[in-house]
Every structure is written in C-alpha cells, then in structure tokens.
Design a binder for this molecule. Structure first.
Ligand code: 4AD
Ligand code: MG
Length: 430
C-alpha cells in the first residue's frame, strides 16, 4: 500500500511503500539504518541482510545522501524511534542517484546554505519552519474568512508610493511609463472597504530598503485587513485577535515542529488578549528608564523596539506616534493633533514590530494637504482622494508581515529562514 511517513502511525503491522529521499545512512555489518524523508516527515528504515539478501544489502551500502528511492516494508511502533515508528525493509527501489550532495550533516556557513537554498529547504529544520509558515498563513485566512472579511486582491504594479518614496522598486512599464512594485495594498484596500465593508488583501510586497538587519527582506508577504466604519480601538482589537488566534493555532497543530525547533512554548502560551497598550510617550519613558539612548520625536529604531518588546511577556501595542514620523495617510488624534491614531504591535522576546496600522485620514482637505507636504504626485492620488469626495467614513486597518510573525513564533535569529527564497539587499539567487 502506498503511504506517507505522516500516515504510518495508523498502519502499524501493515506493509507500506514510502516514496522519498535518503537523508542519512548508518551501517553495521548486518544492518543498514536508512533515514528516509518524504516531505511529510522523517523515518528510520531498518534493512537487514538476512531479510533482503546479500546482493541487495551490498548495493544499499552504496546509497548516498538525497538519492530518491521507494522502500517497501512493515510499519513497527518503537518508543525509542524519533517519530515513534520504524520500517522493517522488505524491498527498495532507487529512482535517482545523488552524487556528492553539497549539504552534508556537518555545519555549514549561512552564505553557503543560502547559495543552495533550493536544496537547503530539504533540511528537517527548514521543512519544520516552512510548515509553521503554512500554518500561520492558513490561520490568518481562516481568521478573516470566519469574520466576514472579503479577500480582495490588490495590484502588484502600482503608479505611486504608499509607504514613502525612498523604498520604491521601479519597473519599466512598456515604453513610456515607470511602474513601482507595491509596498502595501492599503490604499486599494481602503477603496475595497468602501465597496465591501470588511476586506483583506494578502500578497507579496516590496521594499527597496538598504537595511541589512535580521528583520528586513526586500520581498515579503503581508496580510492587510481594512474596515469601513472603524476607529483605532477597532483596529487594535482586530490585531490582538489575529495574533492570539494565529499563535493558538500553531501551538495546537504544529507542536511537533515547535518541538523540533526547540521552541519554548510557554512563552507562546502567554500570548492571550488583551495585550498591553502604551502610547509613544510611555514607550519613550520606558526607554529612558532603561538607559536606552532615544531622541523623543523620532521613530522607534530596531533596538528601541527590541528593548520594549523584551519588557513585556506578550505583544505590546504602541499607539500615538508623532504624525511626523508616520505615513501621509494617518489620521491625527483630534485631542493632540501632532500625534497619529496609529498602532504598531511589537512581538515579545525582542522581535519588535510585526504589525503596523491605524485609523486613516478621512478628511479631504487635510489629506490633500498631507499629499502636498509629503511631495507626492497629486495626479496619481486623485482616485484615492475620491474616497474622501464620495461618502467618506472613519476607517482603518493594518498590515502584518508574515515573515516577522513566523520568525518570532519559531524564535529564529533572522527572517531569511521563514520564506522559501529570501530576497535581500545582496541576495537574488537562487
Ligand atoms: O509598518 P508597515 O510599513 O505598514 C504598512 O505597509 C501599512 N500600509 C499597512 C497597513 O496599514 N495596511 O508594514 C507592515 C508590516 C510591518 O509591521 C512588518 O511586519 C512588515 O510589514 N514589514 C516587513 N517585513 C519584512 N521585511 C521588511 N522590509 C518589512 N517592512 C515591513
Ligand atoms: Mg511600520
């Protein structure tokens, strides 16, 4: 019977065929221990000379790492085995040999591995991370779909900036025009929310950021909900609900992966709502008290975020940044107009910002003024101004970066391992 490593737990005592790749092999005189992987997991297959015969046993002694093969054998429960099961091999068929597979069980440097990312993703740790990524994305979709949000895709080719003109990637768009890869679907999302009420977009976004930090990619995936008739409190409540539900889902369904990654899950279990909320001013005070050099009035830097997020045991919502450090579309707080009705959610354990969002500027005149102040091309924003010309309402939303979220949940050092093919300042291959 054709099976997968994932399914063998229900097939004890039965003969199954698994199709996969040889991950590792140990041999003693009369037994080969073959660690086989098939995409769903890893399992040890025990091949004994007595069962398989001298010739087949000798051939198997030459099998090298990443050879593709099918093994047929009986499933045996074994408490000492890593996944709890082993296969007693009755037959083996080789599909494609692998000579000198470059990623051996010894330690390799990260550049060596990134140059071979198309192979590195076969590693046990990498497949665990990519499964967690899948779970996070699936949980995000379920969260919004079950709350009446409509998925509404936004374009990747855009005519203008959303998050500042310094991080745009230009693309030649036929002879005459320059298009830019989207930095965020937000502006279109706002239009979509005026049509459908509650919407979200979920796609790749691009930032020509020359930052070489453990939090920055030039291409990353962002999920962005947007709600008509919503204020900052609604936005914060939605962000809290999303994070809590994603974390709970990963804890529930990816316990094996978190174990493999040696993740301290108690830290994730603490992630329950409500999250602490502090203003920018309070954040500045905490930073001062902790001796962090911080200039009031500037944006929080990576280290400031790290210090703040180490201060709390769950994600913290930082609101009311100075309007001057935020994007043009932020609504000012009517009670302190120099502050924006915005929120950044900082993940704990030093991970920093995973969500940015807030309430949008819904007043036509002020929005036009901001577009001019930011030196943005007015013509390109006429459609966006239309949303304030025709039935404007309070509205808001946020963006959550999937890679930063996965890096935190898996407790990784760098976001580069959270996406199959990371794109960074000096990395466009493979
Ligand atoms: O804070 P950002 O720039 O906000 C926006 O783009 C808003 N327009 C979203 C909205 O309100 N609809 O980005 C949102 C999130 C960040 O919190 C972070 O998680 C992620 O996107 N992000 C990045 N992730 C990886 N690499 C980068 N260079 C990132 N820049 C932002
Ligand atoms: Mg931000």
């Amino acid at each position: 019977m054709l099976s997968t490593i994932h399914d063998v737990s229900t097939q004890v005592g039965q003969e199954v065929t698994l199709r996969g790749w040889l991950h590792n092999r140990r041999s003693s005189g009369k037994i080969h221990f073959l660690i086989v992987r098939d995409g769903t997991g890893f399992i040890q297959a025990v091949m004994s000379k007595a069962v398989i015969g001298d010739e087949a046993f000798a051939r198997a002694g030459h099998l090298s790492q990443e050879t593709s093969l099918s093994i047929t054998g009986t499933v045996r429960a074994d408490a000492r085995a890593k996944g709890g099961y082993e296969i007693d091999v009755a037959g083996i068929e080789v599909h494609g040999e692998a000579h000198d597979y470059p990623i051996t069980p010894k330690e390799h440097g990260v550049d060596f591995l990134l140059d071979r990312r198309h192979l590195w993703i076969r590693a046990e740790r990498q497949t665990a991370i990519l499964r967690v990524r899948h779970e996070v994305i699936d949980a995000v979709r379920d969260f919004f779909n079950s709350r009446g949000f409509i998925l509404c895709d936004t374009p990747v080719f855009t005519p203008a900036a959303c998050e500042g003109t310094t991080t745009l990637f230009p693309v030649q768009y036929f002879e005459e025009t320059t298009a830019y890869l989207t930095q965020s679907g937000q502006l279109y999302n706002e239009a979509n929310a005026m049509a459908l009420g509650k919407v979200y977009c979920f796609g790749p976004t691009f930032r020509a950021e020359k930052s070489k930090t453990r939090r920055h990619l030039t291409e990353f995936w962002m999920v962005e909900p947007e709600m008509a008739y919503a204020d900052l409190n609604d936005v914060i409540a939605l962000a809290e609900g999303l994070i809590a539900s994603v974390v709970a889902r990963v804890l529930d369904r990816r316990a094996a992966e978190l174990r493999l990654l040696e993740r301290d899950t108690a830290k994730l279990e603490a992630v329950t709502t409500p999250f602490p909320r502090i203003t920018y001013d309070e954040a500045a005070r905490i930073l001062r008290e902790k001796g962090q050099p911080f200039e009031y009035g500037t944006d929080l830097g990576g280290t400031d975020e790290t210090v703040l997020s180490e201060h709390f045991d769950r994600p913290v919502c930082v609101t009311h940044y100075p309007g001057s450090v935020k994007a043009f579309y932020m609504k000012p707080d009517p009670e302190q107009p120099d502050k924006a009705l915005c929120v950044d959610v900082l993940a704990p354990e030093g991970y920093g910002e995973i969500i940015g969002g807030g309430q949008r500027l819904d007043d036509f005149d002020l929005l036009l003024q901001r577009i001019r102040e930011h030196g943005l091309p007015e013509e390109a924003f006429q459609w966006y101004l239309d949303l304030r010309r025709y039935g404007t309402v309070p509205h808001g939303g946020f963006g959550m970066g999937i890679e930063r979220c996965v890096a935190w949940i898996c407790k990784l050092e760098h976001v580069r391992e959270t996406i199959p093919y990371p794109r960074m300042l000096y990395r466009l291959y493979p």
